[in-house]
Ligand binder design. Structure first.
Ligand code: FAD
Length: 310
């Protein structure tokens, strides 16, 4: 059995692994695919001390550092169930899709999240070529250009407010007949001169010239009329889904499916910690996930030295 078993392999898991292994305790990683979301990231410009890097480079560097400390990486392992210890200080089990079960005195869950897709023609084709999901990450790439934000909930309206300060013009597209964001955000949005809001609007296609995005089509759900907007970027903001379906009923989750953690990354299950995009910690970013991973590992270590082994 491990002292610390980390489920996941993104920035949160990698930081947790480095911090745990440096304590000289038996550390393992079980992961579907090392690197996590950064694998799909073209350019990273906001990881402190690194002026610019790209996803594949960043993810290779994560893995190299984890391996440097002798952490056992078990790849292509999808966790499907967590079984809490039956007595205080006992072993926590994680059941894998392939039938195997891993046991550990403590577990750090860092299975991340995935952006919900709008599933219209052009979205997959133009991902990273104008179609984006993270305004903090990719907003500056559209400086002085025209963009649309799909989604009029809190994240969509926040994104539109954020982007309006950087880009030339923002069109906010909302499917329902009114914005669902908090009133204070909607009021702020309404005060901005370079934002147009389209409600009752169903996105039907993201168009491009073969290399990059050049427009968005939507249907006015009241009249049925089709409209097109010429633009250079589309931010899809219709939800971030945590990869926590496998924990339902075992670990406490928020109504958004995020693992509820305290300030030390502790979940409601003894010996089980969580870090990164899969948790209730706000602002889903690499630097935050990495910091949380380090914190969860230190908390796991603290738990191990205070909990008698059984
Ligand atoms: P993730 O990176 O999501 O990693 C989760 C890991 O868990 C993966 O390795 C996955 O394979 C594994 N996993 C999932 N489920 C299971 C399971 N059941 N069993 C085993 N393993 C599992 N942030 C920035 O700070 N700057 C940027 O420029 C930036 N750009 C981005 C661009 C894109 C296109 C995307 C999608 C995100 C971007 N982000 C950026 C956000 C950033 O990537 C995330 O905040 C960060 O990766 C979260 O790290 P994490 O370790 O919590 O989770």
């Amino acid at each position: 059995a491990f002292d610390v078993l980390i489920v996941g392999g993104g920035p949160a898991a990698s930081a947790a692994a480095v911090y745990a292994a440096r304590k000289g305790i038996d550390t393992g990683i079980a992961v579907e695919r090392m690197g996590g979301q950064v694998n799909d990231t073209l350019s990273i410009e906001n990881y402190i001390s690194v002026l610019e890097t790209d996803g594949p480079k960043f993810s290779a560097a994560l893995e190299a550092q984890v391996r440097h400390y002798g952490v056992e990486i078990m790849s292509q392992q999808r966790a499907v169930e967590l079984i809490p210890a039956t007595e205080p200080g006992g072993l926590v089990s994680v059941r894998m899709e392939n039938g195997g079960t891993l046991k550990s005195r403590s577990v750090i869950v860092s299975t991340g999240a995935r952006w919900r897709n709008v599933n219209v023609p052009g979205e997959q084709e133009y991902k990273n070529k104008g179609v984006a999901y993270c305004p903090h990450c990719d907003g500056p790439l559209f400086k002085g250009k025209r963009v649309a934000v799909i989604g009029g909930g809190n994240s969509g309206v926040e994104a539109a407010i954020d982007l309006a300060g950087i880009v030339e013009h923002v069109t906010l597209i909302e499917f329902a007949d009114q914005l669902k964001a908090d009133a204070v955000l909607v009021a702020k949005l309404g005060s901005l001169p370079n934002v147009t809001v389209r409600t009752n609007a169903q996105t039907t296609e993201i168009t491009g010239d073969g290399n990059k995005v050049n427009g968005l089509s939507y249907k006015d759900r009241a009249s049925g009329a089709e409209h097109t907007v010429a633009l250079e970027g589309v931010f899809v903001q219709i939800g971030l889904v945590p990869n926590t379906e496998w924990l339902k009923g075992t670990v406490e989750l928020s109504r958004f499916g995020e693992i509820v953690v305290d300030a030390k990354g502790q979940t409601n299950v003894p010996g089980v910690f969580a870090a990164g995009d899969c948790t209730t910690v706000p602002y889903k970013q690499i630097v935050i996930a990495a910091g949380d991973g380090a914190k969860a590992a230190l908390s796991a270590f603290d738990y191990l030295i205070r909990t008698p082994e059984v």
